[in-house]
Design a protein around this ligand. Sequence first.
Ligand SMILES: Cc1ncc(C[n+]2csc(CCOP(=O)(O)OP(=O)(O)O)c2C)c(N)n1
Length: 329
Amino acid sequence: MEQQPLQSIKLTAEQARKLLYQMLLIRRFEEKAAEMYTKEKIRGFLHLYIGEEAVAVGVMQALGPEDNVLCTYREHGHALVRGMDAGVIMAEMYGRQEGCCRGRGGSMHLFDAKTKFYGGNAIVAGHLAMAVGLGLADKKMKRKQLTCCFFGEGAMAEGAFHEAMNLAALWQVPVLFVCENNLYAMGTALRYTHAQTDLEKKGAAYGIASASVDGMDLMAVMQAANTAAESIRRTGQPYFLVCNTYRFRAHSMFDAELYREKSEVEEWKKRDPVPGFFNYLTQQHILIDNDFKEAEAKVEKEIEKAVEFADACSLEPVEELTKYTYSER
Ligand SMILES: Cc1ncc(C[n+]2csc(CCOP(=O)(O)OP(=O)(O)O)c2C)c(N)n1
């Protein structure tokens, strides 16, 4: 499907500052998380979103507080943009009881019912079925909201993806499927796992309205997400959006990155979505250099506050560990 021209979105300086803040917040939060991981304050798994920020920020602008959001385990950025507190997220990653899941979920399982942020899901493609369920519930209850489900292209090689797409199309549920195509599923390149590498065609094959967009370009993602959300709200039918992006860091903190050339990563970094967006803003005379400095300073404070909060949080007492489980047995 053809994208509409980018010029159709005009940003005010205030909107531009908010978007720039969100982009920088994700970038710096993730850098800090990596640092805290090497200091062993964060343990277990940690998957960074650096390089992919324009997707979460861009898509989230098309959503309202009533909409449901589901993500993969690479979800810190989405949680931040959705409005979860950076300190509470950091505390969760530290495994502290003041975290959003009392430290029991960690980095991969952020969850916040208040902002309708339904994970943080570690099973590849598992949450697509949940998204269809949420969409079906909303449809049956005649609620107007939509469900937005982010997933990697690796999920599209799973049976659960095809089952979810089939049911979404069959039941006509208001779900926005957002594929964050960063070209690699752990160490496996797209071309080794997908017979059809034009991913948009997989949504279209189920009769679902489908489109692709440059996921390194925030303005383009916003435009595509607006079109998608508008289509779902108007028709009540699902929509499939592929955002072509790239992760600048390793799959997780345990990855020697032997499956791709450093030169490839450097090539993609030339299209870094954070400076890319800021350059667009200055070229369009929407913001000036000082706005970038101000956004950086504001983000730095926010992150410092988050770390201070997490550092001051406590571990759950051992005798409480079986609390909040489904069964006492
Ligand atoms: C059902 C299932 N199979 C395998 C895994 C192991 N695994 C964790 S991440 C991952 C790669 C997923 O890649 P992709 O969906 O492209 O997302 P990305 O990590 O690139 O954001 C795999 C295979 C898993 N978590 N769940």
